[in-house]
Design a protein around this ligand. Sequence first.
Ligand code: APR
Length: 306
Amino acid sequence: MKITVVGAGNVGATLAQRLIEKDFGDVALVDVVEGIPQGKALDLRQSANVLGFTHKLVGSNSYDVTAGSDIIVITAGIARKPGMTRDELIGINAKIVREVVEKSLAVSPNAVFIIVTNPVDAMTYLALKVSGLPRQRVFGLSGVLDGGRLAAFITEDLGVDARDVSPCVMGEHGGSMVVYPRFTTVKGKPLSELVDEAKQKALAERTVDGGAEIVGFLKTGSAFYAPSASIAHMVNAVVADSGTRMNCAACLDGEYGLSDVVLGVPVRLGRRGIQDIIELPLNAEESAALNASAEAVRKMIAALNL
Ligand code: APR
């Protein structure tokens, strides 16, 4: 396997580290800034002797090194600054994602694309349209990360083991994301039966603000440890062709009564990308929340002027 990571910033470089340390395959790290991908790749390679990984890792400003990739992860863009919403990023990051998709697809026509750049739902839609690829091969990071945040807060609040939490966060990776307490379980029991509504609401609100809470602490830059771990989890499912179920930003075509919009939904991931989109039996209130989230993403997609 060959995995390309575009963007050698906090998320991209940490992802490259996680991938090479797991020894999934060869890794190519690309960035527009001269010296950054080369320097970080060289530094990482010098850990092989003590860590024992065997695959190759290269860093470059050219897409030549990415040729023949099986997976391309796009983290290139600018990160959210304190006080900046994901929506404000859209114009700047759309230009970057378009360029990255065109250049990387030209040399890796069979790759699966994982989009990370925010606002990720709109950027995934853009990547899908620019690439002309089937929707199975272009999807984004959302629910794995948002679910990880929810799981962390449940772990802290309820004093349970993080491994016993199965979180379910769907919709936009942004302000209108939807936490589903009925489909979030702790040791198989729905969160809606474990805590009262006020607590469910508080957990959901902290999850929606999960990224901003970290930005508020860091002041410069945004989260990258949980994001890179979440992407590595997605890459693992593709590499292993495991069919593992997780929530990702996917383009809908009738599922949940929605079409031509990218939204976080449960999917199964394998070697060729999305194997299936799983439709949960949402009640009227739960469906309304997902529809509202779809509307929020549609507004951002409209702003792309595709
Ligand atoms: N081609 C390649 N790399 C680019 C380009 C481009 N056209 N434009 C910018 N980059 C690179 C930057 O040089 C930088 O190294 O993308 C990298 C982004 O890294 P950071 O600023 O550290 O941002 P990071 O925290 O990694 O977040 C990246 O992921 O989670 C999202 O919202 C986040 O959209 C942001 C992205």
